[in-house]
Design a protein around this ligand. Structure first.
Ligand code: HEC
Length: 194
């Protein structure tokens, strides 16, 4: 009986400390990272989405792809700048179009893990938080092909010869085609310094 209650106490303590300290992180720190990550990713998705929609409407997929090829980066950097020096946001993928968006190091490990989960029927979490060092954390938002419009430029692109030619010439090593609805496309990563 005594042993059992000791185990119970130990389990409770462990449970409490895990809750207060997710992956050796204070709950307040974790909550603040999640809040910042949610804000920054929402702003980025809205900014890129709004521009993509406008250009698809006025210039069609080819014009919109040209727009993305020159403006997706500057727009992403503008969102970063808006949140100050302690925040940096970018997009990553395991099957990247722009080589500058290739997942590297621990980011690659996180995306591979998400891909494995998705392959096994796991509904992916809305976000993940990773500790990088004592003062730095990364917030990941998994990005799926969640709208049919994504397939215009990331699906069976060869259906649109002009678009396919543009993409091939601008991105000779493009890996971001052949996706279908629901596929994991990559993630938005927000690096946060405390
Ligand atoms: C009009 C064509 C077009 C459409 C539609 C489109 N994309 Fe892209 N996408 C691009 C181009 C071009 C790039 C490379 C330029 C860049 O963003 O750096 C890109 C890059 C990306 C990247 C960055 C990783 C990489 O491969 O370089 C992600 C993530 C992405 N797209 C997701 C999406 C999602 C999700 C949708 C649907 C909501 C979508 N795209 C719709 C053209 C498009």
């Amino acid at each position: 009986m005594k042993t059992l209650s000791r185990i119970a106490v130990a389990t409770t303590l462990l449970g409490t400390s895990l809750f207060a300290n997710p992956d050796t992180m204070q709950q307040e720190t974790y909550d603040s990272i999640v809040k910042t990550g949610n804000d920054v990713t929402t702003t980025l998705i809205q900014t890129l989405g709004k521009n993509l929609k406008q250009h698809l409407k006025s210039d069609g997929p080819l014009g919109a792809a040209k727009f993305c090829s020159t403006q997706a980066f500057p727009l992403t950097d503008t969102v970063s700048a808006q949140y100050g020096k302690a925040i940096h946001v970018k997009r990553i993928s395991l099957k990247e179009r722009n080589p500058a968006n290739a997942a590297e190091g621990s980011e690659k490990t996180v995306l591979e893990a998400l891909q494995t989960l998705q392959n096994n029927g796991v509904v992916l979490p809305k976000y993940l938080v990773a500790r990088v060092d004592a003062n730095t954390a990364k917030y990941y938002k998994p990005l799926r092909i969640n709208k049919k419009v994504c397939l215009k430029c990331h699906g069976a692109v060869s259906k649109n010869a002009k678009l396919a030619t543009f993409i091939k010439s601008r991105y000779p090593n493009d890996k971001a085609i052949g996706y279908t609805m629901g596929d994991l496309r990559g993630a938005i990563v927000v690096t946060i310094k405390q």
